[in-house]
Ligand binder design. Structure first.
Ligand SMILES: NC(=O)c1ccc[n+]([C@@H]2O[C@H](COP(=O)([O-])OP(=O)(O)OC[C@H]3O[C@@H](n4cnc5c(N)ncnc54)[C@H](OP(=O)(O)O)[C@@H]3O)[C@@H](O)[C@H]2O)c1
Length: 243
């Protein structure tokens, strides 16, 4: 039977490439995008390659959108096999230095609304459909910016880069990964966090070494793990990372 996947923030960047690579594994992919024009463009681009993708309107910080997508998945397919929580924003003024003393609370709230609360609300809403899958997979696209290990390691290349709002939202997402994997430990569902690497996108900038195609690989690999695969891990290209 064809598997059904939902990728959030699938209109561009790593999300679009993740959706594309999943369709190439003969998975039916729902392309979540908050902007209808951009979402439809992404759908057309994949359909032009004879890939099976359908746009769904999904602003993950909008509860009505989440409810609509949940109802659509349940009525149309009755099940969700793969959820890739990819959508996120970077709202700190820049990547450099440490803005913990000055970052406006509104920036923190707006970042957490999407990167953390939106992801948690969407995942909770879709869990009943994921529990109906033979092999549910949840992949949270995180970042080494959220890693305590990295931010305590003076020799790490990211040590000097401490944008607080973005990084803290990814730390919270990592905790969600660990706790949800534990809550679902007696089910067939596996929950893992992926670090894409430093990727050329709006968030990663054009200075980044990796293409979106390369950046999508870890998330896709974790979406496709079999029943012997891990749960509750944080990795990049198969290498376990420090939380
Ligand atoms: N690029 C990197 O180097 C890097 C490194 C580590 C982790 N990551 C993570 O990789 C993921 C993808 O980011 P990216 O690098 O591909 O950046 P991107 O090109 O900016 O893509 C972000 C996507 O998220 C969407 N989005 C933002 N807010 C949303 C909301 N409220 N509802 C639904 N969609 C929303 C954006 O939609 P719009 O087009 O409408 O804004 C866009 O499709 C993120 O989780 C990011 O934190 C990236």
């Amino acid at each position: 039977m064809t598997k059904i996947a939902l990728v959030t923030g699938a209109n561009k960047g790593i999300g679009f490439e993740t959706a594309k690579q999943l369709t190439q594994h003969n998975i039916k992919v729902l392309l979540g995008a908050r902007n209808e024009t951009e979402g439809k463009k992404a759908e057309e681009a994949l359909r032009a390659l004879s890939l099976d993708a359908t746009y769904v309107k999904l602003d993950i910080s909008n509860s009505a959108d989440i409810e609509n997508v949940k109802n659509y998945i349940e009525s149309e397919y009755g099940v969700l096999d793969i959820l890739v929580n990819n959508a996120a924003v970077f709202l700190d003024s820049d990547w450099f230095g440490n803005n913990t003393e000055t970052v406006p609370l509104q920036t923190l709230r707006d970042t957490f609304d999407i990167n953390y609360f939106g992801t948690v609300e969407l995942t909770q809403a879709l869990l009943p459909a994921i529990k109906k899958s033979e092999a549910g997979r949840i992949v949270n696209i995180s970042s080494v910016s959220g890693s305590f290990g990295v931010h305590l390691d003076e020799s790490h290349w990211l040590y000097a880069l401490k944008p607080y709002a973005y990084s803290a939202s990814k730390t919270a997402l990592n905790q969600f990964t660990v706790f949800l994997a534990n809550a679902l430990r007696d089910t067939k569902i596996k929950v893992n966090a992926a670090n894409p690497g430093w990727v050329k996108t709006s968030i990663g900038s054009d200075q980044a070494p990796l293409t979106p195609e390369e950046g999508a690989k870890t998330g896709v690999q974790l979406a496709l793990i079999d029943e012997n695969g891990p749960s509750g891990t944080f990795s990049q290209s198969g290498e376990i990372l420090s939380w």
